[in-house]
Ligand binder design. Structure first.
Ligand SMILES: Cc1ncc(COP(=O)(O)O)c(C=O)c1O
Length: 360
């Protein structure tokens, strides 16, 4: 079968490692001689139980998670975690939130349903084009946790490292840079990510909880599906089976590539190739402040805005997809997550050069 593959720069759902897709393709109809697909079997049977355990073990190894952490594989996307984090940890209390974009704002909105929210910083006045320095963060002094969005998918900004947090545990929406680099994991009380950028198909969210924060979760009069203490350590309901199955292979691929440090080096290399091209002259320009630039979502525009439509049209003809920027930034966004090969970034740079030669 002749299968076409484009250079995929989609922000999410996003490119997955080809090897993973091929493995799933081979096994989809008959999972390892079982005579049924993995999506057709009980989630309490031996096949899925093995996959679930492997994925947990691999994730622990990759992130260096000790027994102090619990892992949840959850449905409902990152958006459900916007709600679950405050539902469990900020019920009638105060939490500090760093507002660096549209997803942070959504997390803040949900948190306000349950408790007080203190906004420790916002970059909304500059259309979220930057990440705060540690000195700019002004904490409430009475928070339960400090919430931040590690990578701002829409605005193309990323925290270079974890922010200071006034001694509080970090609560992090890591949806668009999960598993892209090593983390100072012991600073996190809760870290969550939708799978559909770096980890697998949509429908799975990965939630990592530190037992110290978990011990403070609300337990009285709770809804079971929303309660972390009810959910940890058990398959409470049917998990997102296919998502975990693919995630397990993505983790295997990641370990094969050398883990998070190797992935970080590769991601830095890919992003540098692209930012260098953007900065070459003033034909293109980056929309995020240089010190805040994301290694995952590279947002840029043409100085001559009237050419942007042509750029998108011609990129499609050159077998590149997903380059149109989010409407709140305009221009272009190249999402170059873990599974986006360096060759795709090089192809994009070559296309940009050709475009400059033609129209510059
Ligand atoms: C940083 C970030 N947080 C949250 C979300 C929402 O994720 P979900 O659709 O899984 O709820 C996205 C989706 O693109 C995102 O990029």
């Amino acid at each position: 079968m002749n299968q076409k593959r484009v250079h995929n720069f989609s922000a999410g759902p996003a490119a997955l490692p080809l090897e993973v897709l091929q493995k799933a393709q081979e096994e989809l109809v008959d999972y390892r001689g079982a005579g049924a697909s993995i999506v057709e079997m009980s989630h309490r049977g031996p096949e899925y139980t093995e996959i679930d355990q492997q994925a947990r073990d691999r994730l622990r190894r990759v992130l260096g998670l000790t027994d102090d952490f619990e892992i949840l594989f959850y449905q409902g996307g990152a958006s459900l975690q916007f709600l679950m984090v405050p539902y469990n940890f900020n019920y009638g209390k105060t939490a500090d939130y760093i507002n660096t974009g549209a997803w942070s704002k959504k997390a803040i909105k949900e948190a306000k349903v349950f408790g007080d929210v203190h906004v420790a910083f916002t970059s909304e006045d500059s259309n979220f084009n930057r990440i705060p320095s540690d000195e700019e963060l002004k904490f409430s002094g009475k928070g339960e946790y400090v919430h931040f969005t590690s990578n701002n998918t829409i605005f193309g900004t990323q925290f270079r490292k974890e922010p200071v947090s006034d001694g509080l545990p970090l609560a992090c929406d890591a949806s668009s840079d999960f598993l892209s680099r090593p983390l100072d994991i012991n600073r996190y009380g809760v870290l969550y990510s939708g799978a559909q950028k770096n980890a697998g198909p949509a429908g799975l969210a990965i939630v990592i909880l530190h037992k110290n924060l978990l011990a403070k979760a609300r337990t009285e009069n709770v809804s079971s599906m929303l309660s972390y203490p009810v959910q940890v350590g058990t398959l409470f309901n049917t998990p997102p089976v296919f998502g975990v199955y693919i995630f397990n292979y993505v983790l295997e691929w990641l370990e094969g590539k050398g883990g998070l440090e190797a992935m970080d080096r590769l991601n830095q290399e890919k992003a540098a190739i692209l930012y260098d091209e953007i900065d070459r002259d003033d034909f293109f320009y980056g929309t995020a402040e240089k010190g805040s630039r994301s290694l995952m979502n590279v947002t840029f525009r043409l100085k001559e805005e009237s050419l942007e439509k042509t750029f998108i049209e011609e990129s499609k003809k050159a077998d590149m997809s997903g380059l149109k920027g989010h409407r709140s930034v305009g221009g272009f966004r190249a999402s170059i997550y873990n599974a986006c090969p360096k060759e795709s970034v090089e192809a994009l740079v070559e296309f940009m050069r050709e475009f400059r030669r033609k129209y510059g």
